[in-house]
Design a protein around this ligand. Structure first.
Ligand SMILES: [Zn+2]
Ligand SMILES: [Zn+2]
Ligand SMILES: [Zn+2]
Ligand SMILES: [Zn+2]
Ligand SMILES: [Zn+2]
Ligand SMILES: [Zn+2]
Length: 270
């Protein structure tokens, strides 16, 4: 087998040249795996700068991933090779954690159970404790009690959990990266007054930060995307009308309402 021949015929390379991604190292490493949750097709290791949702953990990612070349199935590189058990994990050393491919059921069908590290919903791959209710995302399992991140020159230490779990309210300490107060665990610098959310630290692991992608604020659902898109459209049209005075703006509004009216008329006529 010639992995390089296989690489030159792959669609990954075409994509790279089309998007003008010159930093991609030249001979591209071809690595194919078969994952238990997607056994019908092999997954190929690729490194692309776009935002994706991991089919395994349902969280965002960018950069390195394992992708199916035949359907819309992509896994974080770390989600593709998770151990079935975690022993002595720094964030939950007292009990063994078991990998689950399927999430716990949503509470009364309303909200998904939360991760004990980042306080975000767990909708896919999780590590769960058998002895207590602790659970966490695969990405959160990559966090430790003391870490060095590229965004800060000093070692950060994870603060103990704050007891705000039921209300989900934040710790009140603004994070030095996102400048917001958010729930979930938090890191503090041992040297200076720098703070970092665990949830913000995840973007330093999942490739979003490396590829310059800000964390999308809304959950990745079609409904929200449509909502955001229509809001942006309304804002744009509104701004346009304001700026255009009473010439083009009026015509635009007129044609929109007329379009609606004529559609309605047509329906009534039928
Ligand atoms: Zn994942
Ligand atoms: Zn597939
Ligand atoms: Zn988490
Ligand atoms: Zn436990
Ligand atoms: Zn933050
Ligand atoms: Zn510092």
């Amino acid at each position: 087998m010639h992995p390089q021949l296989k690489s030159s015929a792959s669609m990954g390379k075409n994509k790279n040249s089309r998007t003008g991604f010159p930093t991609s190292p030249q001979p591209e490493i071809v690595e194919e795996i078969t994952h238990s949750t997607h056994s019908k097709h092999p997954l190929k290791k690729v490194d692309l700068p776009d935002l994706f949702t991991c089919t395994g953990c349902k969280e965002y990612g960018s950069g390195k991933r394992y992708a199916c070349q035949q359907c819309d199935f992509q896994l974080h590189d770390f989600c593709a090779s998770l151990p079935s058990l975690l022993q002595n994990h720094p964030l939950h050393g007292q009990h063994q954690l078991v990998f689950h491919a399927k999430p716990k059921q949503a509470n009364a069908g309303i909200s998904w159970p939360k991760c004990d590290v980042c306080n975000k919903s767990t909708k896919g791959f999780t590590f769960r404790c058998r002895a207590c209710s602790f659970q966490m995302h695969p990405c959160c399992a990559k966090l430790s009690t003391e870490m060095n991140f590229s965004v800060h020159p000093h070692t950060l230490k994870l603060l103990p959990p704050v007891n705000t779990s039921s209300s989900g309210s934040d710790t009140g300490i603004p994070c030095s990266e996102c400048k917001k107060g958010r729930s979930g665990r938090m890191y503090r610098c041992k040297v200076c007054d720098y703070h970092l959310h665990a949830v913000c630290a995840k973007d330093l692991i999942n490739g979003l930060h490396d590829n310059g992608i800000p964390h999308p604020e809304k959950p990745n659902t079609v409904g929200n995307t449509v909502l955001i898109a229509s809001k942006v459209f309304i804002k744009f049209v509104g701004g346009f009308i304001e700026g255009a005075g009473n010439g083009v703006g009026e015509y635009l509004v007129d044609s929109i309402t007329r379009g609606r009216r004529s559609r309605r008329l047509r329906t009534e006529n039928n």
